[in-house]
Design a protein. Structure first.
Lengths: 389, 314
């Protein structure tokens, strides 16, 4: 097994992707911690972390602001190089979007008109895809500001975990929608310019959802006029950053079949977008207790135990039953380990990541630095990674 | 409590939980268990893509119902499908196609947040009213979206003051808040973070939607080997078995691992009981892939777990 140590030492951007429930946020935190231990200035952008992990990262009340974690907390023994720093941020989509509007508005008046619009608030607050877009926007913002050697970004737990790649384009398309551009026409040149079909269309939609909603949309598109170009350029800069050789994608998965299949699917899609998967982290891998055990002898003894459990009486019947449960348990774990290994080997070959790390299934949730360190030992190697290595 | 009685409490049963907790497996197990009691079941998959089809051993699900096994049918009901149907029902067939083609659908749905969810739930209400099955099980969206999904009606009532969509939202609110028509079964894992999250979800759903909550399913519960206090070597001697040293160490390591898991799970189950006064159904962790036989096994456990639940007191 390799580790992701080279990635945390050398790359500038690490994007963690994978389906929900596979430990993506934790992995992102672990990678940032690994980079800080290697003497780099690291920041992790988290999305909706579990509460106790958020507390550990000092994110209790901080939305969208980079916050440096006290060195004493992540490096209590002072073993990391002095240049190592660790910061964290919890993504707030809404304020990231607001900042973007402020950046591209011609003036405070245009910005205000947009920010107050109800349709805009819906986009910024709840539109699926917005969070993905804003995660990438935040990444770009941190990159542009400079200051951090490495930016690790978590991606939202969407069903299709690559939505973040398409979100900027999708939103730009929405903002560019031709039908709605027609709507802006009446304000300038008179109602008749808009086609009959378009008008009929909006009357119908208005009947269903209420005219207020349509008015909000129209007002939004009017207010937004002139800003599309800026948004489009920004979206392509973000895409360009993701394609840089200093950007690495890290796929996070678990050994469950569905998660592995999804990971393979992501890898194919990333490759389709000319992006490569540099690292693969598999969380919750089960231990192989039967490693090196003669399986034939094992099944002989299991058969004997079963036989005794059926025929023996009294004390020895109980003993046989207990042994039977122990044997079944061992056999179950052995076959689980075999299945996991087979699936993961196949996935690793297909994904073709240069660095692969397996993290064993740990009994407790990863909610403090001690636990993050334990995971880091598997992901980036044991102890403080040396910058001289 | 008998399973058929529990399920007869409402025609609609919404199964909700975070991604990765095995919600789809649980949905399948409930459906199979219900069918065994003679209840006719329709499973409605609202995300369009989950492992439900492969868990049930059928080809991909679609908008049209298919028979999955005796007494169980299944179909999808995605927001886009629901919206198209809604518009078509109102004589807006041509416009609806135009809406989809132009991408304006996204804009309209964004203008009225929660509209897609309302349309899905509105269609569920229609199925309920038409009594298409004794039990309609909704495999709710994953990834923490369940609360948004179920609170969309309330949000929409605040946002849209007139029109058919508002009426639809009102109907959906009535359905969700009527315990004789609808209940939600939450699924989680016996682990710390999932337990915390299910407690938050339960309170949010009760406060914001007023939905009736059924038992909580603790899925993938590690079995208890019940060997504590007995040495492997003593037990082996008692039945005249010689176990090689390496094998004994492996047996002990695997048992210790399992024991720790099962003790932690029980601890989390207790913590859940203390924080959330709902009956619990424990479904075992199963090694290997979940297919037909495993779903049967889970359905049997589900039935006996429900039978072991104390009778309804309130």
């Amino acid at each position: 097994m390799t580790t992701l140590a080279p990635l945390v030492r050398e790359q500038h951007v690490l994007v963690c992707c994978g389906t929900g429930g596979v430990g993506k946020t934790t992995t992102a935190a672990v990678l940032a911690l690994g980079a800080a231990r290697a003497g780099r200035d690291a920041v992790v952008v988290t999305i909706d972390p579990a509460k106790r992990l958020a507390d550990t990262l000092g994110l209790e009340a901080l939305g969208n602001i980079t916050h440096e974690i006290d060195r004493g907390r992540w490096d209590p023994e002072g073993r990391a190089p002095a240049t190592g720093r660790l910061s964290a941020l919890m993504l707030d989509s809404r304020s990231t979007f607001d900042a973007l509007v402020n950046r591209y508005a011609r003036g405070p008046e245009q910005a205000e008109r947009i920010l107050e619009n109800r349709f805009y608030r819906n986009i910024a607050g709840a539109l699926s895809g917005t969070q993905e877009y804003m995660a990438m926007e935040k990444l770009y913002e941190l990159h542009e500001e400079g200051g951090h050697d490495v930016i690790v970004v978590d991606t939202p737990p969407t069903r299709h975990a690559l939505d973040f790649l398409e979100a900027p384009a999708r939103l730009t398309r929405l903002l560019d929608n031709r039908i709605f551009r027609f709507l802006m026409v009446p304000a300038r040149t008179g109602v008749r310019v808009a086609g009959v079909a378009v008008q009929a269309f909006f009357r119908a939609v208005g009947r269903v959802v209420g005219t207020e909603a349509i008015e909000d949309v129209v007002a939004f598109f009017r207010a937004f006029e002139g800003m599309e170009q800026g948004f489009r350029e920004r979206a392509s800069s973000v895409t360009a950053l993701l394609a840089q050789p200093t950007t690495a994608f890290v796929l996070v998965t678990s050994p469950r079949r569905d998660a592995v299949e999804e990971a393979q699917f992501f890898a194919d899609r990333l490759r389709g977008s000319e992006l490569t998967v540099a690292g693969l982290v598999v969380n919750r891998v089960h231990p192989d207790f039967a490693q090196g055990i003669d399986t034939e002898g094992l099944s002989d003894r299991l058969a004997f135990v079963y036989e005794r459990a059926n025929t023996a009486s009294g004390e020895s019947r109980g003993a046989a039953a207990r042994l039977g449960r122990r044997y079944e348990n061992l056999v179950d774990y052995a076959s689980l380990a075999r299945t996991e290994r087979r699936q993961l080997d196949a996935a690793a070959a297909r994904i073709g990541a240069a660095a692969v790390a397996h993290v064993p299934s740990l009994a407790h949730d990863i909610v403090d630095f001690a636990a993050l360190d334990a995971v880091a030992a598997y992901v980036v190697g044991p102890g403080p990674a040396s910058t001289l290595g | 409590v008998r399973l058929d009685q529990l399920l007869a409490a409402s025609r609609v049963l919404i199964v909700a939980g975070k991604g990765g907790v095995g919600k789809t497996t649980v949905t399948a197990a409930i459906a199979v268990a219900a069918a065994h009691t003679g209840t006719s079941v329709l499973i409605v998959e609202v995300e369009g893509k989950s492992g439900l089809a492969s868990t049930l051993g059928v080809e991909a699900l679609g908008y049209d119902e298919i028979d999955v096994r005796p007494g169980v049918r299944a179909r999808t009901l995605t927001p886009d499908q629901a919206l198209l149907e809604y518009l078509e029902d109102r004589g807006l067939r041509r416009i609806s196609r135009r809406l989809v083609r132009s991408g304006a659908l996204d804009v309209v749905a964004t203008a009225v947040p929660g509209m897609k969810d309302i349309l899905v739930l509105g269609k569920v209400k229609q199925l309920e009213r038409a009594q298409v099955a004794d039990l309609i099980i909704i495999d709710a969206p994953a990834a923490g979206h369940a609360v948004t999904f179920l609170t969309s009606a309330r949000g929409l009532l605040d946002a849209v003051r007139v029109g058919p969509v508002r009426t639809q939202a009102q109907d959906v609110m009535e359905l969700l808040s009527d315990p004789t028509r609808c209940q939600v079964m939450l699924v989680t894992l016996p682990e710390e973070t999932p337990v915390n999250e299910v407690v938050d979800t339960a309170f949010a759903l009760e406060d914001r939607v007023g939905v009736s909550l059924g038992p909580v399913v603790l899925n993938a519960f590690p079995r208890d080997l019940a060997v504590v206090g007995h040495e492997t070597s003593d037990d082996a001697r008692a039945i005249g078995l010689t176990i090689p040293d390496q094998e004994r160490r492996a047996l002990d390591a695997a048992s210790a691992f399992q024991h720790e898991r099962s003790a932690l799970a029980r601890e989390q189950a207790d913590r859940l009981s203390a924080r959330l006064p709902l009956p619990q159904i424990r479904l075992p962790y199963l090694f290997g892939e979940i297919g037909g036989p495993e779903v049967e096994q889970l359905a049997a456990t589900l039935t006996s777990e429900v039978e072991a639940m104390p009778g309804t007191s309130s």
